[in-house]
Design a protein around this ligand. Structure first.
Ligand SMILES: Cc1ncc(C[n+]2csc(CCOP(=O)(O)OP(=O)(O)O)c2C)c(N)n1
Ligand SMILES: [Mg+2]
Length: 408
């Protein structure tokens, strides 16, 4: 059996979806995956692949597998790999490079991506031959199922995929019991309270969601105590939310709710095409304040600058173009829109007009909080005097007061 066929059959037999982006050098894998009956999800961009793998792992405890081609296809993985690495999320990224005879010659799309990502990841190898690729892939599937490990990067050549490895044995990889993060915030009483009330009344509709990055993230987390959530914690990566929600929905085979800001959604807008392609039931709650990280506005204002109000595309027309059912929710409507959006099987976008603002002193507290912690358990309000937090693997300790933070 050729290595490409082994990889494809191993993934098909264990019903592991493959997050994939085609390229000429991985044609043999593409064919083998199809012949083996593997579930292949072609994302709109390679950027999204590690995030999708990350969401998949956090929802299922099974390691996600991403496969991409040479040159720019591989470099597109970089931010996602760094994001997963920061949160120690295991995944396997396979990069099929140009043919061996061209490697290192400066040929079209010649790039040593294995060396590029090495400082970033625990494991980064290049397999020139089929036997090595077979061994590394087996090993990665066996050992990657640990939430302390982070991503494994396997570079290889089209030649290695064509090598014959005799009659390999297939196996069932173990599954990590992933401990979901749980929000233990108590609701805040500030400017977001209308959003908060709406979210609280819709609590009974779901128990688990994905959240993007931006100020809206903290408001959503404050507003949903006791809920499980998935986010990019230590990297705070914009562009994570939508692909991660795709990974969750593919992994659990059910609807998932994503809370996301307008800036973040626009950054990953191409993945709406993936929702359309596979009718993936991600229900996007878009918190649209026509702005990015609105807290910075206060600093602009202090410096006599104008507060920008970004022109956004019509999200209604965008939804129509991408086949999403569209809802416009005034703050109090979110519950109704969500229950309607959850009552059918396709993707949906619920636009929530917002005016999100936050004190700049809070920004500093939040930033330090993110730098020092994973959001494993937040009690009370983020950035407020009475807040406490849980250190990774350690005891809970009090968050410094805002006054202390600001004077740091
Ligand atoms: C890839 C990436 N680029 C930039 C940032 C810095 N950043 C964090 S949140 C944010 C703005 C997010 O805007 P939006 O999604 O509209 O959320 P809002 O703050 O308006 O709620 C920016 C620019 C980041 N975290 N990740
Ligand atoms: Mg915004």
């Amino acid at each position: 059996m050729k290595v490409a066929a082994f990889i494809a059959n191993q993934l098909a037999r264990t019903r592991t979806p493959v997050f994939f982006y085609p390229g000429i050098n991985l044609a043999s894998l593409d064919v083998a995956l199809e012949k083996a009956g593997a579930r292949t999800i072609v994302l709109a961009s390679e950027n999204a692949i590690p995030h999708a793998c990350s969401g998949f792992f956090q929802a299922t405890g099974k390691v996600g597998v991403g496969i991409v081609g040479s040159g720019p296809a591989a470099t597109n993985l970089l931010t996602g790999l760094a994001t997963a690495s920061a949160d120690k999320i295991p995944l396997i990224a396979i990069n099929v490079t140009i043919p061996l005879c061209e490697v290192g010659t400066g040929a079209f799309q010649d790039l040593d991506m294995t060396a590029t990502v090495k400082p970033l990841l625990g494991e980064s190898v290049y397999c020139r031959e089929g036997k090595e690729l077979y061994g590394r892939f087996r090993q990665a599937l066996h050992s990657s199922h640990s939430s302390t490990k982070g991503p494994t990067f396997i570079g290889t050549s089209p030649d290695a995929l064509e090598d014959d490895i005799g009659e390999p044995s297939f196996f069932i990889p173990s599954i990590e019991t992933f401990q979901p993060k749980v929000i233990t915030t108590t609701p805040s009483k500030n400017s977001f309270s209308r959003l908060e009330q709406s979210l609280q009344v819709c609590e009974d509709l779901f128990d688990f969601f994905v959240v993007g990055n931006g100020l809206n993230k903290y408001e959503v987390l404050r507003s949903l105590p006791g809920k499980r959530f998935i986010s990019s914690d230590r990297f705070g990566c914009m562009g994570f939310g939508l692909p991660a929600a795709i990974g969750v929905s593919v992994g659990l085979n059910r609807s998932v709710i994503l809370f996301i800001g307008d800036g973040d959604l626009i950054m990953s807008i191409s993945e709406l095409a993936t929702l359309l392609r596979y009718n993936i039931p991600v229900k996007i709650v878009l918190l649209n304040n026509h702005n990015f990280f609105a807290g910075l506005n206060q600093i602009r204002e202090k410096n006599g600058l104008r507060v920008p109000c970004f022109e956004n595309p019509s999200f209604q027309e965008l939804s129509n173009a991408f086949g999403l059912k569209y809802f416009y929710a005034r703050d109090t409507d979110i519950r109704t829109c969500l229950s309607e959006a959850l009552s059918f099987s396709g993707p949906a976008l619920i636009e929530v007009p917002c005016t999100i603002t936050i004190q700049s002193s809070e920004i500093k507290a939040i930033r330090n909080f993110i730098l020092q912690n994973t959001l494993v358990g937040i009690q009370s309000h983020i950035g407020r005097k009475e807040a406490v937090y849980a250190r990774v693997g350690g005891e809970s300790s009090p968050l410094p007061t805002i006054e202390q933070e600001v004077s740091l």
